[in-house]
Design a binder for this molecule. Sequence first.
Ligand SMILES: CC(C)(COP(=O)(O)OP(=O)(O)OC[C@H]1O[C@@H](n2cnc3c(N)ncnc32)[C@H](O)[C@@H]1OP(=O)(O)O)[C@@H](O)C(=O)NCCC(=O)NCCSC(=O)/C=C/CCCCCCCCCCCCC(=O)O
Ligand SMILES: Cc1cc2nc3c(=O)[nH]c(=O)nc-3n(C[C@H](O)[C@H](O)[C@H](O)COP(=O)(O)OP(=O)(O)OC[C@H]3O[C@@H](n4cnc5c(N)ncnc54)[C@H](O)[C@@H]3O)c2cc1C
Length: 627
Amino acid sequence: MDEQKVLSIKGLLDDTPEEYLSHKEKYENSIRKSVLFYKTLHSTEDENMSVDEKTKLNFRNIVTSAIFKDNSPFMLHNSMFIPTIMGQGTDEQREYWMKRAKNMEIIGTYAQTELGHGTFIRGLETQATYDPDTEEFVLHSPVLSSYKWWPGGLAHTANYCIVMARLYIKGKSHGIHPFMVQIRDEETHMPLPGIKLGEIGAKLGFNTVNNGFLGFENHRISRDRMLMKNAQVLKDGTFVAGSNSKLTYGTMVYVRVLIVSNMANMLAKAVTIALRYSAIRRQSQPKPDEPEPQILDYVTQQHKLFIAIASSHAFYMNAMWLWEIYYSVSLQLASGKLDNLPELHALACCLKPLSTIDATAMIEKCRLACGGHGYMLSANLAQTYGLATAAYTYEGENTVLLLQAARSLVKAWVGHVKGRPLKGTMAYLAGDSTVKAWDGSIDGIIQSFKVVAIRKISSVVKILQDYEKSGLSPEDAWNKASVFLTAASEAHGRAVLLSVYKSEMDKRAAVLSPPLRKVLLQLVDLYVTYWALEKVGDMLLYASITDKDVDELQRRYIELLAAIRPNAVGLVDAFDFRDEILNSTLGAYDGRAYERLMEEAMKSPLNAEPVNQTFHKYLKPFMRGKL
Ligand SMILES: CC(C)(COP(=O)(O)OP(=O)(O)OC[C@H]1O[C@@H](n2cnc3c(N)ncnc32)[C@H](O)[C@@H]1OP(=O)(O)O)[C@@H](O)C(=O)NCCC(=O)NCCSC(=O)/C=C/CCCCCCCCCCCCC(=O)O
Ligand SMILES: Cc1cc2nc3c(=O)[nH]c(=O)nc-3n(C[C@H](O)[C@H](O)[C@H](O)COP(=O)(O)OP(=O)(O)OC[C@H]3O[C@@H](n4cnc5c(N)ncnc54)[C@H](O)[C@@H]3O)c2cc1C
């Protein structure tokens, strides 16, 4: 977005420090900013969102997620409401609803999770009962646990939403399907009859996303409000099943792919803040006759921060790679070819968890690396953590997704043992898993991660088979082995993250200037070496690493930190975040952290007066023994 647009947005926003607003004021301020922002953003977009509308949407998501500290109440409109219309609507439904949604004539959200169910979609209780006499669906929330609970923007912002409900026809359940439901009057914004709406309350973060609850009391919608691309209900109530019931879960796969790039973005913001602050902060005096050094010169500080730079690059490369796979599978699905969907699902179920686990931990490490000032809300590290850690849970809780990936890995391995060929990102499982001697090169270490994954998958399959031989049901065997099933998925995910980061960088290296190539490949080396040391137990067990090899790896790691140090500030400047986007007293480009901390402190309402009224009301009588 060009300079003028950003500046005009900044001017339009005219931000008041959200930290001192009430819960209600925060929401109202966020609506004000969102409206102004989208008005400006909208005018910069190609009106005919071309073929790859999702890429354009991703752009809008990127900027939206970046410009709001706690995210916008419009977030779900772009990230799930519109993608669901695109992915689940018939051509005519897309034609009608996409126009209204893209022009912001309506604001939508995605209501799937209920008070009683989030992970187990097949357990959702919201009912959509077809009435052939009136050709309508009757939406009903039979019990409290069936209330929709969590959807962003649902409480007071959206006037439409996609409701994932259980379809009943003549008393028979036909599974979960998407329904377009108007929830508020377009003129008065009052909830429509038979619809209960409200906000779910204050949260760890996301406090301006307006997460809400929704209950139905026999609310009727016309038949054409069921999004019928993947399954249909005819006028007479005949149900026409789709080619694969999981196609209705398509939006979740899309968002999981989006989250990997979002984690790259979040982590880049946090490490920009922490690293710039580490360059201006001076502390302690290791050498008596020298001035206090920049804390960035402490190797422990480099250890905390440089991996975050490399991880952001790794997530970004993996996200772009995964996005390509998503895009090609989407085109295949559109032509009825489903056989690559399981692999895409398994990949998303690995990379979304690993990127959120790593990003959450590393963003927290960035905060901790900034001492007391990192604890200030004005540093914008706590809020960034709050946004990232939410992604551990939403869009499929990480444990559950890793178990989903394990399901695919176990099936692939069992098939391989029976002679079925492996393909795509699991083809390496057919490779030789015996490591004669440790190979400390980048490719050698990546190969060792693949061996670790092969060995973990094969051993957990053996555990499962032994449990079943002992008489346990497959479900009980699965549950008993589940800790090591998630470990096998993580190992597979690590192998994918490392090999894709390396191969994607190799592709780009050829067009980079030699100095830039050198620095970026140092980050690849740092990433691979860091994880080899983090997973040294696995390397000892499965990859024949010796104590001498570990010693060499540690020395290489230390040298890499030293090599990256001169370019560290340049590497975070290269993320090119404007101060308005970083929104941080510690991370501003000019390095005036202390002045900004003081400026922000003076905005505290408590500083409006030298003596607070509680002195005369409470303190003074208390201290005088007169209370
Ligand atoms: C998968 C489950 C956990 C289990 O479902 P179940 O029905 O029990 O299925 P199983 O029996 O286990 O498996 C059956 C088979 O189906 C296959 N399967 C399952 N799911 C899928 C799928 N999605 N696709 C394809 N296939 C699937 C499975 O492999 C089995 O196959 P087989 O039998 O082995 O052959 C399921 O219940 C589940 O998915 N649960 C999770 C629920 C969930 O994800 N909920 C999400 C609700 S919406 C939400 O949380 C929204 C949150 C807010 C989102 C905000 C978005 C922000 C994005 C970022 C914005 C900014 C971006 C900026 C970008 C940048 O910064 O760059
Ligand atoms: C900030 C935020 C925004 C959200 N926005 C939306 C939204 O816009 N729309 C929407 O529909 N939803 C939204 N959600 C809801 C989110 O999708 C759910 O919270 C998530 O799917 C997890 O479901 P749950 O909360 O019911 O937890 P549960 O499914 O009850 O899981 C709780 C715990 O039980 C464990 N567990 C559950 N099942 C299994 C299993 N099979 N095996 C092993 N362990 C298991 C999990 O590991 C988890 O730790 C949002 C959530 C958050 C935090």
